[in-house]
Ligand binder design. Sequence first.
Ligand code: PGA
Length: 260
Amino acid sequence: MRRKRVIGNWKMNGGLAANRRLLDELLPQLAALQGVEVAVCPPFPYLAQVAALLEGSGVALGAQDLYTVEKGAFTGEVGGGMLRELGCRFVLVGHSERRSLFGECDEVVAEKFAMALRAGLVPVLCVGETLAQRRQGQTEQVVSAQLQAVLRRSGIQGLAAGVIAYEPVWAIGSGETASPEQAQAVHRHIRALLGEFDRACAAATPLLYGGSVKADNASALFAQLDIDGGLIGGASLEAASFLAICQAASPRQEQERAQP
Ligand code: PGA
């Protein structure tokens, strides 16, 4: 059985005092939670601070991006080895904000994914369609193309060494969540696509949903067969809501749902 995961993407938010406050409140409560893998992804300048605050907590550290090569004359960029050295386990690649605001195409994202694997990080590959693409019935085609680019570069074993996050662009930060059925349909498609390459990899690869996951919709999303947890933006900045989402992913909650 795949373990549930919840990853908080702080985006360009936080500060020394705010990070400490958030984690001071969150970590003692998360300690009681069983069976969920939790990670947070602060902005680069806070990685060292957050790594220290997370020590011994069981919560993992992630970064929000990395560059396609390890080091060199690339002003402003960050290498995967640097992230590893700072204690990161995860790194997001191809978040829709990187794709749309910073022009990252599928090939660049695939290169970053490969770099993350080489650096010993677990890449969290974000895929998802825009509202216009969904309205034109192109959701599966867009998501498939985003995955194919990584499959071409890293192969099925490489892709399966990472995590995939389905994040419909129209649901990110908009307050509009995909319904559990809409999300499950895309997750099923993703697993089927992976299954065409390798069934064991398809069954083992964690598929997270992201896009306006909140305390009140997390349980229904996480109850879907192919949804293995969430990538959480806005709601990860507040201890109570992030905790409630992590609780919704815990196996105990799932049992209670199955036997009300
Ligand atoms: P959101 O962001 O939860 O604020 O919609 C999710 C994400 O962008 O990863």
